[in-house]
Design a protein. Structure first.
Length: 311
């Protein structure tokens, strides 16, 4: 027991140390910007923000912030030279403080397609914090063509603070939710019930709010369902009234009736067993589904304009 506990703690530490030795003792091909050529770019809309640094001759290091979500760091390469597998993630001191300690943040998957790497929100925020402190986030991995050679990618902190505060302005204008968070919704009903609760109305208000701001949403489907308690005809009519209660609420709050399609199915499509109370509760439902034109351009008035004044 003690040995297994010791190994579970010691093994990741040793892997990090061995990897660091390998990188330092092997010839590492390094990509990243310096004082003279660090370039930050910022773009976005009310749906997302992209805060990125150009990695000359390799690709881009991107901080991607989608509405309603936390920030994610992504590596997008033009031609990936790293071997698919586990890439090392670390933070190194600024070049002018080489004696300070590096911090190993573990490993993450390196993929063949772009984005080739995506960090979880915790480590993505650690990358941001490191850049604010003038440190360098680093990604390291063996090359796909030679196990004895390594690729090392670093982000430069030069000019970071100037663009970081502009990036925060982009985040400030993001919607509180994204399409995937409202595209598939569900309202559950009590036995024989068809009215909406305050909680149901709050959920529908989120959908209405999103539709008002996203011109790419062109259709809304409402489907009513019931459990199998009672006669089939009565259940079908009950599922119709449930769907209509949703439709009335949405239209009353400003949703265009032309985009709404209402359907009702009664007990025909259960998603759980009607033999149990828990199953019947799941089947007494109305689903709301949004459809979006993914190929439609975002109008200029919804896009983020980079501030030209001081942050």
């Amino acid at each position: 027991m003690y040995l297994s506990t010791f190994l579970s703690i010691f093994r990741p530490v040793m892997m990090g140390l061995l990897l660091a030795v390998a990188y330092s003792s092997s010839q590492a091909l390094e990509y990243g910007s310096g004082i003279a050529n660090t370039e930050w770019k910022l773009s976005g809309s009310i749906f997302e923000c992209r805060f990125e640094q150009v990695l000359p001759e390799y690709g881009n290091g991107v901080f991607y912030h989608q509405a309603g979500e936390d920030i994610l760091f992504r590596l997008e390469t033009r031609k990936n030279m790293m071997k698919v597998g586990k890439a090392g993630i670390s933070i190194t001191p600024a070049p002018w403080h080489p004696s300070k300690k590096s911090e190993h943040l573990g490993y993450t998957d390196l993929l063949p397609e772009s984005p080739n790497l995506e960090l979880d929100p915790e480590r993505s925020n650690q990358f941001l914090h490191a850049l604010l402190e003038g440190k360098q986030p680093v990604i390291t991995r063996r090359t796909y063509y030679d196990n004895e050679k390594f690729i090392k990618i670093h982000l430069s902190a030069i000019h970071f603070k100037d663009f970081y505060y502009k990036y925060l302005k982009c985040v400030d204008q993001l919607l509180p939710m994204n399409f995937s968070q409202v595209a598939r919704s569900k309202v559950l009903f009590g036995g024989g019930k068809e009215g909406l609760s305050p909680k149901d109305e709050d959920m529908l208000d989120r959908i209405i709010y999103y539709i008002q701001y996203d011109p790419r949403v062109f259709a809304l489907y409402i489907d009513g369902h019931s459990d199998n308690n009672g006669r089939r005809y009565d259940n079908r009519q009950l599922s119709k009234r449930r769907a209509e209660s949703i439709e009335r609420y949405l239209i009353k709050k400003g949703v265009d009736p032309e985009m709404v399609t209402l359907r009702f199915h009664g007990q025909r499509y259960p998603i759980a067993s009607n033999k149990t109370a828990a199953g019947r509760k799941k089947n007494r439902r109305v689903t709301i589904r949004l459809e979006q034109r993914e190929d439609m351009s975002i109008p200029p008035e919804l896009q983020f304009v980079l501030p030209t004044d001081a942050p």
